[in-house]
Ligand binder design. Structure first.
Ligand code: SF4
Length: 319
């Protein structure tokens, strides 16, 4: 069987999800070990450079202007303040620095303000990643020229479940931006969120959309929804722990060389669940007390977790 496939049929993905849990984990871990050191986890740090007042209506998000979540809006940060935070993240062991702005899409003027941030973070020897919303092809080329390594643009959920979650843009809009980013030869970071009212077929369909991109995303963040009071999804049913681990394992099997990142929701996960996720193929986490606007375990808790599991935090040179 060809190792890197982008011709998955939905039924094949569903068959992976339907495997007995131990068989699925064994297969995923075996493939993980073949492609990665299983005791290394890459660490990224994320900073919100512009908070709130987003015109999009993502039903899970505290930053949408459509919902009253009590979040304080902040305008775009100054370059110096961003670089100071990047230095602090580097000192704490981060190897990649991600900057997120709550925009539907950046204007060319706002992009001009982000460029010196990318250049400054890059000059510190960190990998750079931004998430700024939808991009035109030209904007993707501009970011590449500035030295951008990664662009984060999640597809969030399945194509079928998309309009239950977001109505201000389409699933195809997301794919179009991913295409522009890949055309500009910028690494793609794209994943989704579990707990958006989706079923197992939706999870299979979401992973299928990612794995069937012309090139697999280099990083695949998988988030567990942190329900935010004031949003339409404040009381939505979360997936079970085994459903979450299964999704990580299937992502590992379908995208064997991609870095799978445990993203939002880690504060809700105990040591054993996170350990299972690492076994199933997750090999990256976000580091730092805040993940955009939701809490993340503090750095000390993560150090203890890594020590207990014998995990080294390291830069993965897999891409
Ligand atoms: S998820 Fe992003 S695009 Fe959607 S409302 Fe929040 S900040 Fe805006």
């Amino acid at each position: 069987m060809k190792e890197l496939r982008n011709d998955w049929a939905l039924a094949e993905v569903e068959a992976l999800f339907a495997l007995p849990f131990n068989d699925l984990l064994f297969q995923a871990h075996t493939l993980h070990r073949k492609n990665f050191n299983p005791n290394q986890v890459q660490v990224s740090s994320l900073l919100n450079i512009k908070t709130g007042a987003c015109p999009e209506d993502c039903s899970y998000c505290s930053q949408s202007s459509k919902y009253d979540t009590g979040l304080e809006r902040e305008k775009l940060m100054e370059v110096d303040a961003v670089l100071k935070q990047a230095q602090e993240a580097k000192d704490k062991g981060a190897t990649r620095f991600c900057m997120g702005a709550a925009w539907r899409n950046p204007t060319d003027k706002s992009l001009d303000k982000v460029i010196p941030m990318i250049q400054g973070v890059k000059a510190m020897g960190l990998e750079t990643c931004v998430t700024l919303g939808m991009l035109t092809q030209e904007q993707a080329f501009t970011l590449k020229e500035a030295g951008l390594d990664y662009y984060n643009h999640n597809i969030d959920t399945s194509k079928e479940n998309y309009s239950n979650v977001i109505t201000t843009r389409s699933f195809q809009d997301r794919l179009n931006t991913l295409e522009s980013v890949q055309n500009a030869d910028i690494h793609v970071c794209s994943g989704g969120i579990l707990g958006l009212g989706e079923g197992q077929t939706d999870r299979a369909s979401m992973l299928r959309s990612l794995a069937n991109l012309e090139k697999h995303p280099d990083s695949v963040p998988l988030n567990l929804l942190v329900p935010i009071p004031g949003t339409p999804f404040e009381a939505i049913e979360p997936p079970t722990e085994s459903e979450f681990v299964r999704t990580i394992a299937v992502a590992r099997l379908m995208m064997p060389k991609s870095v799978v990142r445990l993203s939002a929701g880690r504060t809700e996960m105990g040591e054993a669940l996170q350990a299972l996720c690492f076994f199933a193929g997750a090999n990256s986490i976000f580091y730092g007390d805040q993940l955009l606007t939701t809490d993340n375990p503090d750095t000390n808790t993560d150090q203890i977790l890594f020590e207990r599991l014998g995990i080294n935090q390291q830069l993965l040179n897999s891409h």
